[in-house]
Design a protein around this ligand. Structure first.
Ligand code: SIN
Length: 495
């Protein structure tokens, strides 16, 4: 592992980008918070304060819902073609601002600049995809079995939505919700994570400039998420909540959704197994495991959380994987050549340390990394643990960091049993050259997504989501827009 600590981006360039970020709340138009309060956003690579932004209150949240409710009828009545064109312009505008958005993502979240550029393209692509889907919404027309009436169904927007996004993909998790909502004809209140709100604020201004009408997109930043979400969930005018984040918070929102029967989409925690069989292409497996583990520094709910390797290939895999992980460059995301940036905060570093210590105490063998790095910011090195025993916390908890625990297994059935031994069910990865086995194991895995011979499942055209404690509903693909639509059925008498 190489540690790089010289930043490449000139201070003036950082200042120029930060200057473009609106620092208020978007409630129809930009304004300050109810009491004028603000909170700081920090750079996880240095701890330095980047900017102060408005700290929204319950009254601000309700005002944002007022704005979304007022704008809803006109937006729902806007033709699909017009909504599509607004989104298409938004896509072009986001892409044109790639460098600004990418730098902002890196400054507030820490990921390497190249990875931030990839996130901008991924995020913008959701907007392009749903610009295309906006004009493809259709229903059914059929005869009733007795021939007495015609049955016509048509999709309708669900109504005003609350969208709550996490800090790990500050742009893509927003557009993955906003774009299908707007394409469906819904208006929204976005509440981005307090750790990384700056990208959402600039994105909102870009969308307004592209023609999103006043009140259709509202943004509330806050350090008190409960004060924003609870009153909105209790308000009969809110018809939908879409949340990406922890299972505990998702469960609370689902409980709150009961009082007004608010539709929910929940993209929650994961504990992804990455299974490598003896018949895998080893090079491909190592490459896939590194991507599945280190994308976003491991701070992703689809990150490989447990690497399960069949005994016959295990020694060779561990040797190659350990070399690949140890060669990765760690440092500030603004430094050229860096592949893993800082973790989001000290708590994340502490959690990685605790999980590694617990595993080692229980008998796991540390083969790479393992110690927090001696530099400012929140850095933890790519780390590999072999022979991790059952009962180690790291096999049961979401790591959200660059630590790879390896478990060896014998027969195929053992791999499936180990993989499914978790309440989570988001993603899994399978590496094998045997198609029958790939399909058989995929069928047996209790997850919403399976990567076969690849370490990444995320794709705007595919339905992203999980089962069990990993959530409800899907984002992306055609399925993603269904989350924002109700079906209206017309019974037409046939005389
Ligand atoms: C995540 O929600 O952590 C993963 C997002 C993605 O890969 O699309």
């Amino acid at each position: 592992m190489t540690i790089l600590d010289i930043h490449d981006i000139p201070a003036q360039r950082r200042a120029d980008v930060l200057e473009q970020v609106p620092t208020g709340l978007l409630i129809g138009s930009w304004r300050s918070a109810e009491h004028g309060d603000a909170f700081p956003v920090h750079d996880p690579a240095t701890g330095a304060e980047l900017l102060q932004i408005a700290d929204g209150t319950t009254a601000d949240a309700l005002a944002a819902l007022d704005a979304a409710v007022d704008a809803a009828p006109a937006w729902a009545a806007t033709s699909p073609r017009k909504r599509s064109e607004v989104l298409r312009r938004a896509y072009e505008a986001l892409m044109a601002r790639t460098e600004d958005l990418a730098l902002l993502i890196t400054l507030e979240m820490g990921k390497p600049l190249d990875e931030s550029r990839t996130e901008v393209a991924y995020a913008a692509d959701f907007v392009r995809w749903y610009a295309e889907e906006a004009v493809r919404l259709d229903g059914r027309h059929t005869a009733s079995p007795d021939g007495g009436s015609r049955i016509i169904t048509s999709p309708q927007p669900v109504g005003p939505c609350l969208l709550i996004t996490p800090w790990n993909f500050p742009l893509a998790m927003g557009t993955r919700k906003i774009a299908p909502a707007l394409a469906a004809g819904c208006t929204v209140v976005l509440k981005p994570a307090a750790l990384t709100p700056l990208t959402s604020l600039l994105m909102a201004q870009i969308l307004l400039d592209a023609g999103v009408p006043e009140g259709v997109l509202n943004v509330i930043t806050t350090t008190n998420p409960g004060a924003v979400s609870a009153p909105l969930m209790a308000d009969a005018r809110l018809r939908k909540v879409s949340f990406t984040g922890s299972t505990a918070v998702g469960q609370r929102l689902v409980e709150q959704s009961a009082s007004q029967l608010v539709r929910t989409s929940m993209e929650l925690g994961g504990n992804a197994p990455l299974i490598i069989f003896d018949d895998a292409d080893l090079e491909r497996a190592v490459r896939g495991a590194v991507i599945a583990k280190l994308r976003n520094g491991g701070q992703s709910c689809v990150a490989a959380n447990r690497i399960l390797v069949q005994e016959g290939i295990a020694d060779e895999f561990v040797a190659r994987f350990q070399r690949a992980m140890a060669a990765v460059e760690v440092g500030p995301g603004t430094q050229a050549g860096v592949a893993v940036g800082p973790l989001i905060d000290d708590r994340a570093v502490k959690k990685c340390s605790e999980l590694v210590t617990d595993a080692v105490v229980r008998g796991a063998k540390l083969v790479a990394g393992g110690d927090p790095l001696p530099m400012p910011g929140h850095f933890y090195p790519p780390t590999v643990l072999d022979h991790v025993p059952a009962g180690a916390r790291i096999l049961d908890e979401e790591i959200f960091g660059p630590v790879a625990p390896i478990v060896r297994f014998g027969p195929e059935a053992e791999a499936v049993a180990l993989a499914n031994a978790t309440p989570f069910g988001l993603a899994a990865y399978v590496f094998t050259e045997n198609l029958d086995r790939a399909l058989r194991v995929s069928d047996a895995l209790e997850t919403g997504m399976v990567g076969i011979n690849q370490g990444i499942v995320s794709n705007v055209a595919a339905p992203f989501g999980g089962v069990k404690h990993s959530g409800l509903g899907r984002e992306g693909g055609h399925e993603g827009i269904e989350e924002y639509l109700e079906t209206k059925y017309l019974a037409v008498n046939k005389s």
